[in-house]
Design a protein around this ligand. Structure first.
Ligand SMILES: [Zn+2]
Length: 211
């Protein structure tokens, strides 16, 4: 091979490698995917979150057919290891604080023997947007990333659950160094919640006095 050919070949390889690095770091168009977020998200990050949330949605009916609530949460470390997974157990445990996220946080902290998960660089994946209580729990747990499927407004309109008031929580989380990505696999999530309601499962909430 002469010098010119070697030079051409080397340039060609550099272009291919350069393009592959560029493609790897490409960001998704959050707006076109109806994803509400306080950070940018790469394509591989999106695909990874989609895979986990799809699996959690798929497992949800099995949980609610065993008298659990229609929500699941899983916590992973940055190497993709599962640290904790939990379902909403409000009804079987007779404890209104046992939402999926709270249960998963408790399990992770027990497993890692710490109240502060921040050094572990963890992500929580939830089948629906965290409610007012779980947003608080996540904030104080030290978890770094939150990925969820169904937005609270849709959870409320489909099921009638009260998700609480959370003014601007996604921006507030950013100020505390927590990335939030919402709306991933939301259509599948809405279908599962609709199933929960159509099967006549319980919508548990406290009775309130009329004002
Ligand atoms: Zn909650």
């Amino acid at each position: 091979m002469d010098y010119k050919k070697i030079k051409f070949f080397a340039i060609f390889i550099c272009i291919v490698l350069g393009l592959s690095v560029f493609a790897k770091d490409e960001y998704v168009d959050l707006e076109s995917l109806n994803i509400k977020s306080n950070s940018q998200m790469t394509k591989s990050q999106y695909e990874h979150a989609k895979k986990i949330l799809y699996q959690l949605q798929k497992e949800t009916p099995k949980q609610f057919n065993n008298n659990y609530g229609p929500f699941l949460a899983a916590i992973y470390d940055d190497k993709g290891n599962l640290i904790a997974k939990a379902q909403n157990s409000v009804i079987p445990s007779c404890d209104c604080t046992n939402h999926a996220e709270m249960n998963a946080i408790r399990l992770a902290q027990k497993k890692l023997k710490t109240y502060d998960l921040a050094p572990y660089n963890l992500s929580i994946y939830v089948t629906a947007e965290p409610c007012i209580m779980c947003a608080g729990g996540i904030m104080w747990s030290g978890i770094k990333n939150v990925y969820f499927s169904v937005y609270s407004k849709d959870v409320e309109s489909i099921t009638g659950f009260d998700e609480g008031f959370k003014p601007d929580w996604i921006t507030q989380f950013k100020k505390r160094g927590i990335n939030v990505y919402g709306g991933i696999e939301q259509d599948f999530g809405k279908k599962i919640l609709t199933e929960y309601v159509s099967e006549g499962k319980k919508i548990y909430k406290p009775h309130r006095c009329e004002n």
